[in-house]
Design a protein around this ligand. Structure first.
Ligand SMILES: *Cc1c(COP(=O)(O)O)cnc(C)c1O
Length: 428
């Protein structure tokens, strides 16, 4: 049996075990198709009666190696790579929700996910209720309906930096017979493994820390294999009843713990096709090989920068769970004992224009849409990523109009501080 490696070793070696004479580095299988010797072999693949590669939209060896690494990092039974984090969250939900269904999500989530859930899924007939995770249990539980199919939250919210009480919401979701889906993008499995706290499915925008260099947009869906779909078969007919598009095969019966992942691949990826390109998953893998080295450096630098900001009189507020007086300090200690991530949310005293002026003054730190890569960068969500949202929606999404999202990179922290200091000094 394959030895179970520790997280750091999985980052470097997981997912790809070459046999004699094979490439040491996971190769890019730049091929859409795969060859078979006879028609019967191919037919069995199409009926899901045999495993093997036939078309890269469904599976590709490069993608599978990298997905397997991510599954191992999270401690899940399987994973699939998607073309983006947006696709990952869409697949994670759509794999168990259809028109007429409902789900509940924390309102403190990434702006793109907020739109996907609140606008686009609604057009597909899937309704969602946004709840404030700070509400008490009774108020949140009142939002569960007979057609509720899952609960969704982000380990560390983008851009607010709120920490989600995974264990609390896993228990609540399970009490109502539905899985908890966690977007673990900001924490990464280096700093938090949501399955250990009862989450059932994890999603990632691999575009962020996992890639780490801002080279490739991508996403991943990981299944713990722990949720008992059959115990709630009436809620999940897509998994527990025959799929007509596969001659009446039933995923839970045919694939057990892999039912959710197989359905996502065999049905959703087949029909919707948001696969990650093998070239991009190769780049993602290079990033993953150093994830365990980069995350601690992001956290160390961010802690120093957060403390600097907190002690500067020109700064109105700082949200970073590593600060002792932070609202999320306790939850951070519980779920992220080794550090959270490099992202800090803060506001300056003064107007919205002051925030813009501060950002325009920065020299080494660039204004970019992106977040969570090696280079320190900054963004004003109200003017950029969240500009489609009304002020009320901004508040609902936990985004203050003056919120500046600073994504602390892995440069020398003194250079980061110097740049912030000069930008503040030059505002007057
Ligand atoms: C960026 C992001 C997404 C969307 O991912 P893309 O790769 O940009 O499509 C989803 N969730 C979180 C938390 C993100 O930061």
């Amino acid at each position: 049996m394959e030895k179970k490696l520790r997280r750091e070793s999985i980052c470097v070696q997981g997912g790809w075990q070459p046999k004699k004479g094979e490439p040491r580095v996971v190769p890019i299988y730049q091929s859409t198709t795969f060859k078979y010797d006879n028609s019967e072999q191919m037919a069995r693949l199409f009926d899901l009666e045999d495993t093997g590669y036939f078309y890269t939209r469904l599976q590709n060896p490069t993608n599978d190696a990298v997905a397997d690494k991510i599954a191992k990092l999270e401690g899940g039974v399987g994973a699939m790579l998607t073309s983006s984090g947006q696709a990952a969250n869409f697949y994670a939900i759509f794999n168990i929700c259809q028109a007429g269904d409902h789900f509940i999500t924390a309102n403190t989530i990434y702006g793109g996910t907020f739109n996907l859930f609140g606008v686009t899924l609604k057009k597909l007939g899937i309704e969602c209720t946004f709840v404030d995770p700070d509400w008490d249990d009774e108020r949140i539980e009142a939002e569960f309906r007979p057609n509720t199919k899952c609960f969704f939250g982000e380990t560390i919210s983008n851009p607010g930096g709120n920490v989600f009480d995974i264990e609390r919401f896993a228990n609540m979701a399970h009490k109502h017979g539905v899985p908890l889906i966690i977007d673990n993008t900001f924490a990464t499995p280096i700093n938090c493994r949501p399955f250990e706290w009862g989450a059932d499915i994890v999603t990632h925008s691999t575009t962020k820390y996992m890639d780490g260099h801002a080279t490739a947009v991508g996403g991943a869906v990981v299944d713990s294999g722990n949720f008992d779909w059959e115990a709630h078969a009436d809620k999940f007919p897509g998994l527990c009843q025959p799929d007509e598009s596969y001659h009446g095969l039933t995923y839970t019966k045919a694939f057990g713990k892999m039912a959710y992942m197989v359905k996502a691949t065999a049905q959703l990826m087949r029909d919707l096709g948001s696969i990650q390109s093998p070239q991009n998953s190769f780049l993602l893998n290079l990033g993953l090989e150093t994830l365990h080295l980069r995350m601690p450096q992001h956290c160390r630098n961010a802690q120093i920068v957060a403390e600097f900001l907190q002690n500067d009189e020109r700064v109105a507020w700082v949200n970073f769970c590593g600060l002792k007086d932070n609202k999320y300090y306790e939850l951070g200690q519980k779920y992220l004992p080794n550090g959270s991530c490099g992202v800090i949310a803060f506001g300056l005293k003064g107007t919205r224009e002051d925030a813009i002026r501060f950002m325009d003054n920065l020299k080494m730190i660039c204004i970019v849409t992106h977040v969570a890569d090696a280079r320190t960068c900054v963004l004003h969500p109200a003017s950029h990523t969240h500009r489609q949202l009304s002020d009320e929606q901004l508040r609902e999404a936990g985004v203050a109009p003056d919120l500046i999202r600073l994504s602390v990179g892995i440069e020398n922290v003194e250079d980061i501080l110097d740049d912030i200091r000069q930008a503040l000094d030059n505002m007057a």
